[in-house]
Design a protein around this ligand. Structure first.
Ligand SMILES: Cc1ncc(COP(=O)(O)O)c(C=O)c1O
Length: 397
């Protein structure tokens, strides 16, 4: 075997096949409506681009400190203070190449071979691969629609063993859009403290929240929970900067220092000019973010309303992020033109082939009774795509 055991265990993205097929159809001139987007369909605001141009012209094209430039760490520290009531100094912050990189650093730094990492499902697909890469074991807690896809304290307690090292929390969640409230997080924090378990809190969708629901960071309750939390965030989603690759993590300085050592010998610093742009994103005007959230809210309303009128489909109203996690359970076991649908992947395949609509099957997120639709696409795509889905569903028998 040429490929290492570690890497050969990584699963290829199950959505790639659907994306490749959708692209192939587009190349043939077929109008495919894509609901797969994991990024805002907005451009990075001009004032942020200008900051990058300025940095480029000023010759900021060299290596920076691995953990990030001082100006960006200051901006991150201010953001934590203002938004989350958290105080972090420069040696408690690590800037990385996207929140994904921050999460990778955190999991690899905390989890040893054989350790257990508790992961609520549905989950964002990369967590499970990162846990595997660390040689650790993912312990899945299955949540359901009735509980708003959130774990309950007794489920958490039941999942804990002597090998449990980490709980991964993601609020607002990809794929469900659900948000843990203060009381729920407080309960979880008490269990974590009592059992000496770390929390990796992925808060990348913090700024994409609707209806004034507050975002609470689990690390913010007291010093005890802060000491066992790594908070991950970034500029990708809030500022439409997915391509710039800037994410960050904050936590106890020993852990952040160790994560920084890991980064030192892999990527070193994130791109210098992208860091300058991120300073402007966090510290500059927030008007474009407000416009984007207002637009996502309108699209969310249209999507939720329409989905819940289609017989056989149902969705909760997502509180944050830009995804609807849609229940298709009643449609599995039905057939299209005599072809039986058994899995969410079958459903997504047929939907693409017969209705030219691309969606992400729930199996990718650990729940086969669902599909994920992103509303980071135009209103006209949403209207037409859902119309096509409705017609497709009507043809199932
Ligand atoms: C839950 C979640 N965490 C982290 C990330 C990664 O963000 P970034 O683009 O900053 O690496 C994503 C991106 O899709 C995500 O959905």
């Amino acid at each position: 075997m040429i490929i290492s055991k570690r890497v050969s265990q990584i699963s290829p993205s199950p959505t790639l096949a659907i994306t490749a097929k959708a692209n192939q159809m587009k190349e043939q001139g077929i109008k495919v409506i894509g609901f797969g987007a994991g990024e805002p369909d907005f451009d990075t605001p001009n004032h942020i681009k200008d900051a990058a141009k300025k940095a480029l012209d000023a010759g900021l094209t060299k290596y920076t400190p691995t953990s990030g430039i001082k100006e960006l760490k200051d901006a991150i520290s201010k953001k934590f203070n203002k938004d989350n009531g958290l105080t972090y100094s420069a040696n408690e912050i690590l800037v990385s190449c996207g929140a994904k990189h921050s999460l990778f650093n955190a999991i690899l730094t905390l989890a040893d071979e054989g350790d257990e990492v508790i992961l609520p499902s549905p989950y964002w697909v990369s967590y499970i691969e990162m846990i595997r890469m660390a040689g650790a074991k993912a312990v899945i807690i299955k949540t359901n629609q009735e509980d708003q896809f959130k774990i309950k304290p007794d489920q958490l307690i039941a999942a804990i063993t002597s090998r449990t090292k980490i709980l991964i929390l993601n609020s607002p969640s990809n794929p469900t859009g659900m948000i843990y409230d203060k009381e729920e997080l407080l309960e979880i924090s008490k269990i974590l403290i009592k059992n000496n378990i770390f929390c990796i809190s992925d808060e990348i969708y913090e700024k994409l929240i609707y209806d004034n629901i507050p975002h609470v960071s689990i690390a913010s309750f007291n010093e005890q929970i802060k000491k066992c939390s790594i908070v991950v965030n970034g500029v990708s989603k809030a500022y439409a900067m997915t391509g710039w690759r800037i994410g960050y993590a904050a936590g106890p300085k020993e852990i952040i220092g160790a994560m920084s050592n890991l980064q030192d010998h892999s990527t070193s610093n994130p791109t210098s000019i992208a860091q300058a742009a991120a300073v402007e994103a966090l510290g500059g005007l927030q008007e474009d973010l407000k416009t984007m959230v207002a637009e996502f809210k309108k699209r969310r309303e249209v999507m939720v309303k329409k989905v819940n009128t289609i017989q056989g489909l149902s969705t909760l109203t997502p509180q944050g992020a830009f995804y609807c996690f849609i229940n298709i359970k009643h449609l599995l076991e039905k057939s299209f033109d005599g072809k039986k649908i058994e899995t969410s992947m079958n459903f997504a395949d047929l939907l693409l082939e017969k209705a030219q609509v691309a969606v992400v099957p729930g199996s990718v997120f650990g729940d086969d009774h669902y599909m994920r639709l992103s509303y980071a696409t135009s209103m006209s795509n949403i209207t037409e795509g859902l119309q096509r889905i409705e017609e497709f569903v009507k043809k199932l028998s």
